[in-house]
Each structure stands twice: as structure tokens, then as C-alpha cells.
Design a protein. Structure first.
Length: 243
């Protein structure tokens, strides 16, 4: 195990300089084995491109905790896909994170909060369950890439995330890189990709991308919202999410 410096942004910058250029799978192995052994998780939506990182995890650490936000609003196809992929890849530590029963009763008793206040719904069903769960870890992997949206275009591989370190092994990958990886390893894609979905989240808030838009343009269509809130500044450490 390496002596990982504190989690200030300058320390995270040092990690980025030392390890940020590693190949994605090597980086995952290094982070799991040397940087944050037993203290790191992968957060996965089992969405359109998730299979690439899940496959790497299965090769370097099949017992890596994989945190899945079970919002209660997923497509049936996503839940079925998740079951198949976990079994196929031999992932042994997939953990569902659900919103609290008390929160649902108080804030979304009829399940329609997403239509009235999407930010509040994401806070209830995604942000708060995730950040409660992350209290048990020092670092987490995400599948975010710079080519996905303008707001992600300058993202580092290692990011400071409150008390934790966020690692984006695919930050420099393009959609072509992901497609090639999936093809090379003969991996099963989310079935809705075939149906034209470029980014897949909760069913009420996911559509096919707009003409000329990026892959995530089908998320929260008609709203200015582009992120669920788990990657926005201000969300770590239980602070109020910015969206
Ligand atoms: S994506 Fe939509 S349904 Fe899912 S948590 Fe956010 S607002 Fe709610």
C-alpha cells in the first residue's frame, strides 16, 4: 500500500500527475491494490456505457464494491440487464442504494416528485443515498468522460471530492474508445442502446438524444438540468446538493 497524501486538492493534483496517465485498467488495479485498498468503490448506473468499467473491475477486483443507485424509477430493462451483467462478469459485491422510507413518505409519497421538482427527486433518490454510503470509503470510481458534455470537458482523472477522492479512469476516452472496448471484449450492451438511447438513467427522465445533441441530451429533456447532482460541487459531506 502506498502512502496516499491527504485529500486536499493539491494532494489530489499530485495523484493526478503521478497516476492520471495510466491506462484505465492499470489505474483501477493500482487504486484498488495500492492507493485505497479496501476503501474504494465503483459507482455504476448499469447504463449505456457502464459495461466497460464494470468489465475492468471484474478483471482487477471482482469483489470491488459496486454501488448501484436503486432509485425505484429505472427502466425494467436496466434492472434485468444489471442482473445479467453481475452474473456474467462474476461481480460479487454489488450493493443497492435505495432512498430512505422516511424520506419517500415525507417528500414523495405518490412517486411524482420527479415531475414537480427533479432536483429534489434526485436529491432524495440519488444524492443523499450515495453520500451516506460513501461515508464508508476514501475514494470512488466513476465512468465519466470529458467528451460527454461541455461541463465535463476539463475534468481531471483524480478529483477532490470533499473528504474523498473521485477517480475517473475513462476521463480521456471517447465514445469510439468505449465502443471499441465493448466490441473487442464482446460485451453485452444495455438493450436500450440498440433502441437509440445514448445515456440511460431513470425512466421518467430519459429520452432519446435530441437531433444534433450530445449523448446526454436525452436526460431531463425540457429542463436546464444536465446532472443528477452526485457530481456537482457542494454535494460531498452531506452538504446541500447544488441541483
Ligand atoms: S433522474 Fe428523475 S426519477 Fe431519477 S432521481 Fe432524478 S428526477 Fe428522480
Amino acid at each position: 500500500m502506498l502512502d496516499v497524501p491527504g485529500r486536499t486538492s493539491s494532494a489530489v493534483g499530485a495523484l493526478d500527475r503521478l497516476f492520471g496517465a495510466m491506462a484505465a485498467e492499470d489505474l483501477m488495479a493500482t487504486a484498488c491494490r495500492d492507493l485505497f485498498p479496501g476503501r474504494i468503490a465503483l459507482v455504476s448506473s448499469f447504463g449505456a456505457d457502464s459495461i466497460a468499467l464494470l468489465h475492468m473491475a471484474s478483471r482487477v477486483a471482482p469483489d470491488l464494491p459496486v454501488l448501484f443507485l436503486e432509485t425505484g424509477k429505472h427502466f425494467a430493462q436496466t434492472l434485468a440487464y444489471r442482473e445479467r451483467i453481475v452474473a456474467k462478469l462474476g461481480l460479487t459485491n454489488v450493493i443497492d442504494l435505495a432512498p430512505s422510507a422516511e424520506g419517500l413518505a415525507a417528500e414523495d409519497p405518490d412517486g411524482t416528485l420527479h415531475a414537480r421538482d427533479a432536483d429534489a427527486c434526485c436529491s432524495l433518490r440519488k444524492v443523499r443515498p450515495l453520500y451516506d454510503a460513501l461515508k464508508g470509503y476514501d475514494a470512488w470510481f466513476t465512468g465519466r468522460r470529458r467528451d460527454q458534455t461541455f461541463s465535463r470537458s476539463r475534468m481531471a482523472v483524480f478529483e477532490a471530492d470533499g473528504e474523498r477522492t473521485k477517480i475517473n479512469p475513462l476521463a480521456g476516452w471517447t465514445q469510439d474508445d468505449v465502443d471499441l472496448y465493448i466490441w473487442r471484449h464482446e460485451l453485452e450492451r444495455h438493450p436500450l442502446v440498440e433502441a437509440g438511447y445514448g445515456s440511460i438513467g431513470c425512466e421518467p427522465c430519459t429520452s432519446r438524444p435530441v437531433a444534433g445533441g450530445d449523448a446526454r441530451s436525452g436526460r431531463w429533456q425540457g429542463l436546464s438540468k444536465t446532472e443528477c447532482g452526485i457530481h456537482l460541487p457542494g454535494t460531498p459531506n452531506g452538504a446541500t446538493p447544488a441541483s
